[in-house]
Design a protein around this ligand. Structure first.
Ligand code: ADP
Ligand code: MG
Length: 336
């Protein structure tokens, strides 16, 4: 791989894939797809910048390729949608264009794309002065009017989260301490590292929810901050139960004290689990669906009425003997 042209040609070869609504993929000035009656478009974009979102010394390129697509697929899942097409724009330091390890990036990217029936239909490639920049775009669809928005939470709804929280933040801490990803080892340390480097978008579950969720989003900035977003958009407050929140086992590797593990679990980012609210009458159907999708689903609290109109949303934390206001901490790029 030496020139931009041959670099793109290799991507094009690998992206070839029949897709029912695609008229034209990579190779022209634009891609072309056919619209479908009764469906609405979903589109999302995510930037991954070297030394901001990842460091190359602990991120194998295959993991980076997987994660670039996974984070955007997770956004489509969060709307209850079906992903169809992807675009990928790359800013590469000159040394990277000729780096044969780039095939690893595409191994990770296309393995996940194939798994979810997504076709790469275009992108852009440019040199970048010194750091790697990846912009991942995914285009999907859902039945008209059926996207699951953040604004759909109702007073009395129960709050659920898929999977476990805190594993990705734990993995990041281990990587920053110098530990390495090792695909051949299956222990708690590697489970945490995998959660950080290879998140799995919860698409199968999300697409089968139909009307079972009132509000939904994916947990990318930490449960507390993301639940606050749902509350903000839905004009409600929420209460969560300390003992119910599913904190991943591996969190104790870096936070042996229970309260500290909880704190990392609800404020550490990048879990890419789904956070949703629904009428408690849907509990059995929802658990059934989670079981079918081999996904853990935990009821962690409920939506309560907002007392002060126009006030910021409030989250409360219930323990065995008290209810306290929860201060919302999570990831914010500009407040560190
Ligand atoms: P243009 O100059 O018209 O934007 P380019 O030469 O940049 O065209 O790209 C040629 C084709 O290759 C286009 O179809 C574009 O979408 C695709 N392409 C370029 N870079 C990438 C990439 N990183 N991933 C996927 N497709 C790409
Ligand atoms: Mg171009």
């Amino acid at each position: 791989m030496s020139s931009e042209f041959s670099f793109i040609q290799q991507i094009r070869q690998r992206a070839l894939q029949a897709s029912p609504n695609l008229s034209l993929g990579i190779g022209d000035d634009t891609a072309i797809w056919r619209e479908q009656a009764g469906r609405e478009r979903l589109i999302t974009t995510d930037l991954l910048i070297e030394n901001v979102h990842f460091k190359l010394d602990y991120t194998p390129l295959a993991c980076l390729g997987h994660k670039a697509l996974a984070v955007s697929l997770s956004d489509i899942a969060a709307m209850g949608g079906k992903p169809e097409f992807a675009l990928l724009s790359l800013g590469l330091p000159k040394s990277q264009l000729a780096n044969p390890a780039w095939q690893d990036f595409f191994d990770g990217y296309f393995a996940l794309a194939r798994k979810h029936g997504v076709t790469l239909i275009g992108g852009d490639t440019s040199s970048s002065p010194d750091t790697l920049v990846v912009d991942s775009i995914v285009i999907g669809s859902c039945a008209s009017g059926k996207a699951i928005r953040r604004s759909g939470a109702q007073v009395g709804d129960a709050i659920y989260v898929t999977g476990e929280l805190g594993a990705a933040a734990t993995g990041l801490e281990l990587l920053l301490r110098g530990e390495k990803y090792d695909a051949t080892t299956n222990d708690l340390r590697q489970a945490a590292i995998r959660a950080h480097l290879l998140p799995e978008p919860r698409l199968a579950f999300a697409q089968r929810l139909n009307s079972l969720a009132g509000a939904m989003m994916d947990v990318s900035d930490g449960l507390a901050q993301d639940l606050a977003h749902i509350c903000e958009e839905s004009d409600v407050d929420a209460i969560i139960d300390f003992d119910a929140v599913p904190i991943a086992d591996c969190v104790r590797l870096v936070r042996p004290v229970k309260e500290e593990a909880f704190s990392l679990g609800i404020s550490g980012g990048e879990d890419y689990e789904l956070l949703l609210t629904t009428n408690p009458a849907n509990e059995a159907a929802l658990q059934n669906l989670a079981t079918k999708c081999q996904l853990r689903l935990t009821r962690i609290g409920e939506i309560i009425v907002r007392r002060l109109p126009q006030a910021k949303p409030q989250l409360f934390l219930r323990t065995a003997d008290s209810v306290d206001l929860l201060t919302v901490k999570g990831y914010d790029h500009f407040c560190r």
